[in-house]
Write a protein that binds this ligand. Structure first.
Ligand code: IPE
Ligand code: IPE
Ligand code: MG
Length: 235
């Protein structure tokens, strides 16, 4: 069977902590290994012909973790956004962020703005990083933005349709074709609820730091065997 390449892939990068624990390492070591894996994997995914890649880096709920872990992750993001992804930039990939307007440390926000600015005119693909992101919070924010437009007279209530919602999400992206959640958990954990409506789901047991190019190829193979119907009838 021919391998089908999904247009938009999303990854819930889970299992960093358990990967580290199994090796007698700290959770921080697990996050570091996860980030290093992501840099290589993202490049590979675009090389395979995927046009849009969304990743879940930090959820609105992840602030419930210990201060030590949250602080470590924020520092890691700053370093990571500043120094990594040079090759993605060279490959003409645009980097965007899906996030709540506030809540992240100032320095993380600065690194994010810089990265978005540097890549805003790139056209070969889109790398969407979800940080301080929650599917519920995104829908609440959409409701607020549309309500404001109604109050300002920019749109009438009966003109609101699915396109209006899409245009007011944190990023306007094509629908997700393939969702991968690593680590053997079978849940969405508040990730991209609107965009996942008709996504194919793939749940490998592998922890994210070990989810490499070969593992991604297995996901593509599984995706190629799926029969997508979108509510229609099998052909
Ligand atoms: C995913 O790995 C990374 C983040 C949520 C930031 P976890 O840290 O959730 O790893 P496990 O699930 O505890 O193994
Ligand atoms: C989801 O993983 C969030 C990220 C991968 C960033 P979690 O580890 O936070 O999810 P739960 O708590 O197991 O559902
Ligand atoms: Mg987890």
């Amino acid at each position: 069977m021919d391998i089908k390449i999904p247009n938009h892939v999303a990854i819930i990068m889970d299992g960093n902590g358990r990967w580290a624990q199994e090796r007698g390492l700290s959770r921080s070591d697990g996050h570091l290994a996860g980030v290093n894996n992501l840099e290589k994997l993202a490049e590979y995914i675009f090389d395979r012909g995927v046009k849009v890649l969304s990743i879940f880096a930090f959820s609105t709920e992840n602030f419930k973790r210990s201060k030590e872990e949250v602080d470590f992750l924020m520092k890691l993001f700053i370093k990571f956004f500043k120094t990594k992804f040079k090759n993605l930039k060279k490959k003409n990939i645009k980097i965007v962020f899906s996030k709540k307007e506030s809540g992240l440390p100032e320095e993380v926000e600065k690194a994010i703005k810089k990265m978005e600015k540097e890549t805003e005119n790139n056209t070969a693909g889109i790398f969407n990083i979800c940080v301080n992101y929650g599917g519920h919070s995104e829908i609440v924010d959409v409701a607020k933005k549309i309500s404001e437009s109604v109050l300002e007279g920019k749109i009438k209530v009966n003109e609101i349709d699915e396109k209006t919602i899409e245009q007011n999400l944190y990023q306007t992206l094509p629908p997700i074709d393939l969702l991968i959640r690593t680590s053997g958990e079978y849940r969405i954990s508040n990730f991209m609820l609107w965009q996942l409506a008709y996504a194919e789901m793939y749940f490998p047991k592998t922890y994210f730091p070990a989810f490499d190019e070969k593992e991604f190829d297995k996901a593509l193979e599984a995706y190629s065997h799926r029969d997508r119907r979108f509510g229609g009838i099998k052909k």
